[in-house]
Design a protein around this ligand. Structure first.
Ligand code: SF4
Ligand code: SF4
Length: 65
């Protein structure tokens, strides 16, 4: 089973990943990251490993292992 890994220190809070997630597994975290922007969190139970967030993120925050 794949696993999503988020390197949130690179997240700039654009939430493009949230907008493309088909199952709403990715949501705004309500917390500020190192850059001072609201990061995201992933609900692994809802994630279907489609890869859309990985392809969309401009800052290479998301890896699917
Ligand atoms: S697309 Fe990348 S930079 Fe933008 S909120 Fe999502 S993880 Fe952060
Ligand atoms: S891999 Fe797909 S289902 Fe999983 S968090 Fe990313 S966009 Fe959502």
């Amino acid at each position: 089973m794949s696993k999503i890994v988020l390197s949130l220190e690179r997240c700039k809070g654009c939430h493009l990943c949230v907008s493309v997630c088909p199952t709403k597994a990715l949501t705004p975290s309500g917390e500020l990251g190192e850059k001072g922007y609201e990061t995201v969190r992933v609900d692994e139970e809802k994630c279907v490993q489609c890869g859309s967030c990985y392809r969309m993120c401009p800052d290479y925050v998301i890896e699917i292992l």
